[in-house]
Design a protein around this ligand. Structure first.
Ligand code: AMP
Length: 279
């Protein structure tokens, strides 16, 4: 049975009881408006842990754009039904003042990996993520945390955070789930117009082609420029960045012996889409 819990006071005793019987506890942090990408994390959690908690919290601290926060889709009832269908044990849905009560003053800030790309385009975003993730780990006392590679930089920030603060949790990075045309599933995709949706897959196909070219020996910069041109030609308003980076540190990298990642952010129909692939 899937339980909806809204307070830490109710969550804690339940998790303690699970742990007392030796159950491994997984957590899947989300902002709701769930899709198959989120459900894949919950399923992986269920496959690996006796108990899974999915959290739904639209974290105001990680939105640098108030309009994006206001327009963020909220579909709690449907979300709970979907999570019940994959056998999640608890859906934890705290109110903002449960997470940030009066007097809350602490920020968790991860240096280095938080700074480029998303960190530069969205000031304060990763401080918001690191702070809420640290809190959710503390609130749920989970042993394993499931995160999507869709948000690659976020995944690296969380891995660094857990390592640096010795948080007693193992982070599991899960494959990006895509639509048939390659578009990475995202809660924001519902805001695309039918025309935008029809061309949105070009972001992924352009990245894939560039990565192939780079592996075949083409110059990084040329391959990336071609990818950006394809994305613009498809009708995207703006390419914020397409970058080839060290997969772990997110710093510029031409060291082909280390894993590299191509990451992109681009605007379509006033919606900011991000994606990334290995190179
Ligand atoms: P969000 O609700 O967007 O904050 O995402 C919650 C979690 O789901 C994050 O760890 C995301 O990386 C992950 N996620 C979102 N979209 C996908 C996707 N298409 N495939 C895999 N994981 C995803």
């Amino acid at each position: 049975m899937t339980q909806v819990i809204r307070t830490v006071a109710e969550l804690r005793p339940l998790v303690r009881a699970w742990k007392a019987t030796g159950d491994l506890v997984g957590v899947v942090p989300t902002m709701g408006a769930l899709h198959e990408g989120h459900l894949s994390l919950a399923r992986r959690g269920k496959a690996e842990c006796a108990r899974v908690i999915t959290t739904i919290f639209v974290n105001p601290k990680q939105f640098n754009n108030p309009d994006d926060l206001k327009k963020y889709p909220r579909t709690e009832e449907a979300d709970v039904a979907l999570l019940a269908s994959v056998g999640v044990d608890v859906v934890f849905i705290p109110q903002p003042d449960e997470v940030y009560p009066e007097g809350f003053i602490t920020t968790v800030s991860v240096g280095g990996v938080s700074e480029p790309l998303e960190g530069r385009m969205r000031p304060g975003h990763f401080d918001g993520v690191a702070t809420v993730v640290t809190k959710l780990f503390g609130m749920t006392m989970a042993d394993q945390g499931y995160f999507g590679q869709k948000d690659w930089q976020q995944l690296q920030v969380v891995l660094r955070l857990v390592r640096d603060l010795n948080l007693p949790i193992t982070i599991v990075g899960c494959e990006t789930i895509r639509e048939a045309d390659g578009l990475a599933m995202s809660s924001r995709n519902v805001r695309l117009t039918p025309q935008g949706r029809a061309v949105a897959g070009v972001l992924y196909s352009a990245l894939t082609a560039a990565a192939q070219d780079i592996r075949a020996g083409h110059a990084d910069r040329m391959a990336i420029r071609e990818a950006a041109e394809k994305v613009r030609a498809a009708g995207f308003e703006r390419v914020e960045y397409i970058e080839l980076r060290d997969a772990e540190t997110l710093m510029p990298s031409d060291d082909v012996r280390r894993p590299r990642r191509m990451l992109a952010a681009a605007w379509l129909d006033g919606v900011r889409l991000i994606d990334n692939i290995p190179v």
